[in-house]
Design a protein around this ligand. Structure first.
Ligand code: SF4
Ligand code: MSK
Length: 632
């Protein structure tokens, strides 16, 4: 019998078993640490504290009593807007810096200065080069890639003053951005400007601050993230639908088990290739293993799942539990969403925790630094470390929860269009006919404040029951994968119309579109549909949701999704309630400005109702009749 408290922490049955084991082994987890932090600071939760200068730290009374202003005179509106803008800037920086690393490696690859990388999708290279106005005729792919990478590098600086991919948006959307003065000029510039504007004594107009927050978010969604996605496709291949497996049961007792965790595919792709090297497999067998099992966690998992079909061990809240299985010989991390707590847990199970990025070292971990010029050799070195660690594994401490779940992923924009016969028209026809009521993007993290995966899975189920096609990325997609919803058979749980479409195409009713930066794929598809209909994105029966979000990156994503015209429902409440003005702007005022707003609804059942109501209103405005609802 699993303890009641563990049943309350997660709906993932393999996580529940591992929580039991962690408890027996006296391992402290993220849930334990959340408990020890409670009650959390009320000022922080409301967003009304500031430590942006040494006259502070300052806080503002949430009930309107003294103090109503910080030492410098900044009021609650300014504090909340500044704090939110800084969250957006940090999130945009993370996504965009990831994109920058990809651009640099594409450039080095074009110059012949990398090991292990090649230009895999030449067709996409030429298509993207065409978007950037680069002549491709009669030129070899390396020449084109070099010029394209250099043009992208310009978008991080201040000479170009515009972002090419923002041109993908429909005309009406572009007009809105231009009229509001939030057209993104460059990636780094917008982030730096947020930091400037929010330092002591600069921007004290909450509307002005938040508009710059939207601009920096657009430089992420239509800039850094989109570059990360598209340039990764050029290097590693554009994803196509493929089957794989998910949950902790993908680990195996008799193989060397390696988990890759983080976000950027540059290192993990090399670890994948190295783990398939005949000489390396032979080495693993010499040590008594039957082979090498590679699995992923978080968005690095999604990157190599989408392109290579590598199984997924779990999403964000699984990272500690994976090690407590006692079966992980090495966990290889790059950056973002990696808990520093992994070091003491890895120590308990003789797991090698290997950091690879100079930007993300963790004290106590083994650091094997990524170097694009020796990337494949480093990949082999890492796998050899794992093989060595396999020899130290204590079989008495191994307990892998079994029964991995089948899942399907790989739905890039190109793959979706391919499945539809090369055009979005069949999708539009299905929406017009009411077979598909609308489209909802469910994205984002796990957050220990919410029962793990409950928000994602419940919301997704309710939406597909009501004929809403669900598209997903990030840890959210892994959640529904674990729940068995990312297989074509899950269409049986959808409403009649969606079921008919999914069955006809042989796809799940929920499409896994990739990692967090791949939300840019969702923007691309939304733009294509809007252009086809000659409307704005905000006119479409589409919505977004982040039922268990946690990172600053998720705040940046929410901001660019809303700024792109898509109504978005958040589960956890962002730290804005300390300002009625900022809260009002985000939940109502933005509707008049960018045609979309945020809503906050922690209950996924109610969030589904909000999304369906929104979709029906948009359908009505487009003159489409609302279809019948209900599961088949
Ligand atoms: Fe206080 Fe103003 Fe300094 Fe913030 S910037 S810490 S509100 S004095
Ligand atoms: S990994 S950003 S916990 S989705 Fe992209 Fe998951 Fe959120 Fe990290």
């Amino acid at each position: 019998m699993i303890k009641e408290e563990f049943l309350e922490r997660t709906i993932d049955s393999t996580a529940r078993k591992s929580l039991e084991k962690a408890d027996q082994d006296r391992i402290e987890t993220v849930w334990d640490r959340l408990e020890s932090q409670e009650p959390q600071c009320g000022y922080g939760l409301l967003g009304i504290c500031c430590r942006n200068c040494a006259m502070g730290p300052c806080r503002i009374d949430p009930f309107g009593n003294n103090p109503t202003r910080g030492v410098c005179g900044a009021d609650a509106d300014t504090l909340v807007a500044r704090n939110l803008a800084r969250m957006i800037a940090a999130g945009a920086a993370a996504h965009s810096d990831h994109g920058r690393d990809i651009v640099e490696v594409l450039h080095l690859t074009a110059l012949g200065k990398t090991s292990g990388y090649q230009i895999t999708d030449e067709e996409k290279l030429k298509r993207i080069a065409g978007e950037y106005g680069i002549n491709v005729d009669g030129r070899v792919k390396e020449e084109i890639a070099k010029e394209l990478a250099e043009k992208a590098m310009d978008e991080y600086g201040m000479r170009k003053n515009t972002l090419q991919f923002a041109e993908r948006a429909p005309e009406k959307r572009k007009e809105i951005w231009k009229n509001l003065g939030i057209w993104p000029r460059s990636i780094d510039r917008e982030i730096v400007e947020i930091m400037h504007r929010t330092t002591m004594g600069v921007d004290a107009d909450f509307v002005n601050i938040l508009l710059q927050g939207l601009r920096v978010s657009l430089s992420d969604g239509w800039g850094g993230s989109m570059i990360a996605t598209e340039f990764s496709d050029i290097l590693f291949g554009t994803p196509t639908p493929k089957e794989s497996f998910v949950n902790l049961g993908v680990l195996k007792e008799d193989t060397v088990n390696i988990i890759v965790h983080g976000h950027n595919p540059l290192m993990s792709e090399m670890v994948v290739d190295a783990s398939r090297d005949a000489e390396i497999i032979k080495l693993a067998k010499q040590k008594g293993a039957t082979g090498i099992t590679l699995a992923g966690i978080c968005c690095t998992a999604n990157e190599i799942l989408m392109r290579k079909g590598i199984p997924v061990a779990g999403n964000f809240l699984i990272q500690e539990l994976a090690i407590t299985t006692g079966a992980v010989d090495a966990m290889v991390v790059d950056y973002q969403c990696i808990m520093p707590s992994l070091v003491p847990i890895a120590d308990c199970y003789q797991t090698k925790l290997i950091t690879t990025s100079p930007k993300a070292k963790i004290k106590g971990a083994t650091h094997i630094e990524f170097d694009p010029e020796r990337a494949y050799e480093i990949g082999k070195e890492i796998v050899k470390e794992a093989i060595e660690a396999y020899g130290n594994r204590n079989p008495d401490r191994v307990n892998i929860p079994n029964h991995p779940v089948k899942m399907m992923a790989g739905f890039s924009a190109e793959a979706i269009l391919g499945a539809l016969g090369g055009t979005v028209q069949p999708l539009i026809d299905a929406i017009v006919a009411g077979k598909i009521r609308g489209i909802a993007a469910i994205v984002g993290c796990n957050n220990p404040k919410i029962k793990q995966d409950y928000g994602h899975v419940t919301l997704a189920k309710r939406l597909i029951e009501n004929n809403v096609l669900v598209i997903q990325t990030g840890c959210s997609a892994i959640a529904t994968g674990k729940a068995g919803l990312l297989v074509p058979e899950a269409a049986d749980q959808a409403g009649e119309g969606l079921k008919e479409i999914a069955n006809a195409l042989g796809v799940p009713p929920i499409l896994h579109m990739g990692s967090c930066v791949d939300i840019s794929r969702i923007l691309t598809v939304a733009a294509v549909i809007a252009k086809e209909l000659n409307v704005d994105i905000s006119d479409l029966p589409v919505a977004g949701a982040a039922p268990e979000w946690m990172t600053e990156k998720a705040v940046a994503i929410g901001a660019y999704v809303v700024a792109s015209g898509i109504f978005t429902v958040l589960g956890p409440i962002p730290p804005v309630l300390g300002s009625a003005n900022v809260t009002g702007l985000l939940t109502q005022g933005l509707g008049d400005v960018v045609g979309a707003t945020f809503a906050v609804e922690p209950d996924p059942e109610k969030a589904a109702e909000l999304i369906i109501k929104h979709i029906d209103e948009k359908r009505k405005a487009l003159g489409l009749t609302t279809p019948p609802t209900g599961a088949s």
